[in-house]
Design a protein around this ligand. Structure first.
Ligand SMILES: Cc1ncc(COP(=O)(O)O)c(C=O)c1O
Length: 446
């Protein structure tokens, strides 16, 4: 056997992992099975697996086998509408039962005002009245300088993020994000070939000094921040930190994208970072988190100089966001029911955070948001914990989904709003609590 045989085997497995033949979290064949297949020895296969562990492709567990490492894919982050019996803590959405009656009413009203003008093609991307509703929504939660002229309509915040990344960066460009961030941003960057660098955070969010250093050394074209109830850490930037971040951006040539979809959860209105740097900042919000992700109504306030650029991208990509959805959205915003439901969702989130505090013994930083960023006890790695929880019908999101380089994590994210009732919440959290408290060596050996 040539000395390089194990390297050849490792490369072949690497290629299979890259092609998806061995998907994330799947188990590789045993040493003996693969050795028989390849007409080699189990020792050679063991050497190949060891190399793959060193390269970060797989993880080995004594007595359990060798597993392909999980990598960030949105399909993994949000899981299991098909697993209805499971306790699903993986989806960051509002309590839909609360939103449903208001949505039904809004669509019934919308059907009465549908007109031929509203159901045809238009030469602009979004009706002025619908943009005005977007201005009203964003202003209520801290954005000061929106107007119907600079507020554009998109298919949700995700659509805004991808449009902006396409419009403002080129393949190979660098985007700076919080050290841990929303996987939707990482997915766009990875699909479009943009490099992502992380900016360190503390309990007030992105660190201005580190942002300054990242801008100087990594030369990003774009910085993306989630200032309220950050996904996944739950951190909310106070006003003073927002001002500092605005100053760092103002002193540089980069664009800022402020993804503020969770601003409505702040107990008091906090000014948007965009207020200080309206000519350098794109502010995004949507109705997904306060009302329903099915609405796909997002609003982007863009610098005046960029309105025609971003409009051209919207037209090229989607022509215009569905006016039918926006009629209902504008109805809810102008008549106030959208703000009322947002307030109710905020109350539900608080109640659910209280339940979590009473059930979970593990220490974590509490917030008023939809989710918890939970540190795991010593020795646990998130991927293993996620699998172990799943085997007990509890679906949680691994912390590694939120790392720009998918590195290992010792945290999980728990959304408290995606189970149907407070009772199911308490039951599911109880199961998790048991798992968190169990001695790992009673579960399996490392
Ligand atoms: C920070 C952040 N931005 C954007 C989105 C996507 O929002 P939308 O449904 O409006 O596209 C999410 C969804 O989880 C999110 O957490």
């Amino acid at each position: 056997m040539s000395e390089n045989k194990f390297r050849q085997i490792a490369s072949a497995i690497e290629a299979r992992i890259d092609r998806g033949q061995y998907p994330p979290n799947s188990r590789l064949p045993t040493h003996r099975d693969l050795a028989d297949d390849l007409e080699t020895t189990p020792a050679t296969v063991a050497k190949a697996y060891k190399l793959l562990v060193e390269k970060g492709y797989v993880e080995s567990f004594v007595g359990r086998g060798t597993f392909v490492k999980g990598k960030t894919e949105l399909a993994q982050v949000i899981q299991a509408p098909d697993l209805e019996t499971a306790y699903n803590f993986s989806i960051l959405q509002p309590c839909l039962a609360q939103s449903l009656p208001m949505l039904q009413e809004a669509f019934s009203q919308a059907s009465k005002v549908l007109s031929t003008e509203l159901i045809g093609y238009t030469e602009f991307s979004g009706h002025p009245a619908h943009r005005a509703a977007g201005v009203q929504w964003a202003a209520r939660y801290g954005l000061e300088n929106g107007t119907p002229e600079n507020t554009l309509l998109v298919d949700g915040a995700q659509n805004a993020l991808s449009l902006l990344i396409i419009a403002l960066t080129k393949p190979g460009d660098t985007i700076a994000v919080e050290r841990l961030t929303y996987p939707g941003i990482l997915a766009i960057a990875s699909l479009l070939g943009r490099r992502v660098v992380g900016v360190d955070m503390d309990e007030d969010g992105m660190l201005p000094e580190h942002l300054k250093a990242v801008i100087r050394h990594e030369k990003p074209r774009l910085v993306v921040t989630i200032p309220s109830h950050q996904n996944p850490t739950g951190v909310t930037m106070p006003e003073a930190r927002r001002k500092q971040i605005a100053q760092v951006i103002a002193a540089s040539e980069v664009w800022l994208v402020e993804d503020d979809v969770y601003a409505f959860l702040n107990s008091e209105t906090i000014p948007a970072i965009c207020n200080w740097i309206p000519d350098q900042c794109f502010h995004i919000t949507s109705l997904s988190k306060a009302i329903s992700p099915a609405l796909r109504c997002g609003f982007v306030k863009v610098p005046d100089s960029q309105v025609s650029v971003i409009n051209a991208h919207i037209r090229a990509n989607i022509w215009l966001s569905s006016p039918i959805n926006y009629i209902a959205a504008a109805e809810m915003i102008t008549h106030g029911s959208a703000f009322h439901v947002a307030e109710q969702q905020q109350q539900i989130a608080r109640q659910r955070q209280r339940i979590a505090q009473s059930v979970l013994h593990a220490p974590y930083t509490a917030s008023h948001g939809y989710h918890i960023w939970l540190p795991l006890p010593d020795g646990w790695r998130a991927e293993r914990f996620v699998m172990e929880a799943k085997s007990r019908d509890v679906i949680v999101s691994s912390g590694s989904y939120f790392c720009p380089d998918s590195q290992e994590s010792d945290h999980i994210r728990l959304s408290l709003m995606s189970v149907s009732s407070d009772q199911r919440l308490a039951e599911g959290l109880g199961k998790l609590d048991q798992l968190l408290q169990s001695e790992m060596n009673t579960l399996f050996h490392f």
